[in-house]
Design a protein around this ligand. Structure first.
Ligand SMILES: Cc1cc2nc3c(=O)[nH]c(=O)nc-3n(C[C@H](O)[C@H](O)[C@H](O)COP(=O)(O)O)c2cc1C
Length: 379
């Protein structure tokens, strides 16, 4: 039985469901060209805005690693260390809309069958800012972008009406989505911040505004560790640091929890999953929870900047997974999408042991002392 890697997501045809997310791997024409040549089904451009952007001095992103010996999570390079996470305080693209416009057109002309989604961001405090969203949307789609991703999720924005501050406010989520939908001729995806109490609230607001899909997760708010010798943050400028974003393996279970909340609340809607994906095993969890596409950043940054080996692993992993389950009649992602969504239930619905086999909740596993036999207490 042959594998069909293609998916249709929010009406867009993808040759495969794997995208590079909005981040350094998609910050330039040459990167996106290399990514398409390597086999990615689509890209979401680095977020494009109208406000001038100046990044901090020095490194904008770093990687944290850990080892079995020190169990420390540190940016310091040590032999035998494994990747824990990425940490960044990079802002949106420092290139202007005028810089991006001809490049979007050229990329789409060169790769008509690949999908290019333009990530865009503006403020939301007044009508002028809402017009900025519309200007960005109209320009990107006019140049050939297949879809728009609204960045409601950048975790390091000081402005109260931008980035994850929009994603934390259901009113702003609706208003901005609606403003973009007024002019959009292509599908509109909203990328939400995971840093809210109940992401379902903001997703519902985006759907009310007309969103075609929700994308989750962006990076989680975090700060780097303090070096116990120098007493300096491992990344800082003049000794100072601000909250940045955590990505990579460390966020995988956290991002899956957010996604499960979303797909359970809106089983008939479209979701694109991000967070900690580096091969098909992780992508599979997102598909089984109900995602139609998935996106990758950290793993691609560490693999020749655009992830040529990552996409190879994702594609071969998908083929193998479908072939191994061919007995179920599966031929494509659609055949297994969402089939594990209903396994997530309330705690009270999980089976309990009867009292004879219940040792105060602890079993004799590594790390716990063996349960004490009951001793009669003499009074
Ligand atoms: C250095 C860096 C820059 C990023 N820039 C953006 C951005 O401009 N827009 C955006 O929506 N997400 C941005 N992200 C978030 C990623 O697209 C992605 O949501 C996040 O890293 C989680 O995916 P991962 O675990 O595969 O890294 C950035 C991430 C990193 C590490």
């Amino acid at each position: 039985m042959s594998v069909d890697r293609s998916v249709t997501f929010t009406g867009i045809h993808f040759e495969n469901p794997f995208l590079l997310s909005s981040a350094p791997p998609t910050e330039s024409e040459s990167n996106i060209t290399r990514a398409f040549e390597a086999g990615w089904g689509g890209v979401v451009t680095k977020t494009i805005g109208l406000h001038p952007v100046v990044n901090v001095y020095g490194a904008k992103a770093k990687f944290m690693r850990t080892t079995p010996e020190d169990a420390n999570v540190s940016m310091k390079k040590r032999p035998g260390a494994a990747l824990h996470s990425s940490w960044n305080w990079e802002l949106i693209s420092d290139k202007t809309l005028e810089w991006w416009a001809p490049r979007i057109r050229r990329i789409k002309e060169a790769f008509p069958n690949k999908v290019l989604i333009a990530s865009i961001m503006a403020g939301s405090g007044n009508d002028k800012e809402l017009k900025h969203w519309q200007e960005l949307a109209e320009t990107a789609q006019g140049e050939g972008a297949d879809g728009l991703e609204l960045n409601f999720s950048c975790p390091h924005m000081d402005r109260r009406d931008m980035g994850s501050n929009i994603g934390k406010d259901q009113g702003l989520c609706s208003v901005v989505t609606e403003a973009v939908k007024e002019v959009a001729k292509v599908p509109v995806w909203c990328k939400l911040t995971p840093a809210t109490a109940d992401i379902v609230v903001e997703a519902a607001a985006c759907f009310r505004g007309g969103a075609d899909a929700i994308v989750s997760s962006n990076t989680f708010p975090s700060i780097p560790l303090i070096d116990p010798e120098t007493l300096e943050f491992e990344i800082n400028v003049d000794g100072l640091v601000s909250s940045g974003g955590l990505g990579g393996p460390a966020i995988l279970p956290l991002a899956l929890a957010k996604m499960a909340q979303l797909t359970k609340a809106f089983p008939d809607r479209s979701f694109s999953g991000i967070g900690g994906i580096s091969d098909f095993n992780q992508a599979a969890s997102y598909f089984l929870l109900g995602c139609g596409t998935v996106q990758v950043c950290t793993a691609a940054m560490l693999d020749q900047a655009v992830g040529p080996n990552v996409i190879k692993r994702l594609l071969s992993g998908l083929d193998k997974f479908i072939e191994e389950h061919a007995k179920n009649g599966w031929k494509s992602v659609e055949d297994f999408r969402g089939i594990r969504r209903d396994r997530i239930v309330l705690q009270s619905e999980i089976r309990r042991p009867d009292s004879s086999e219940y040792y105060s909740g602890y079993e004799t596993v590594e790390g716990y002392a063996a349960p004490q036999p009951e001793v009669a207490v003499r009074v």
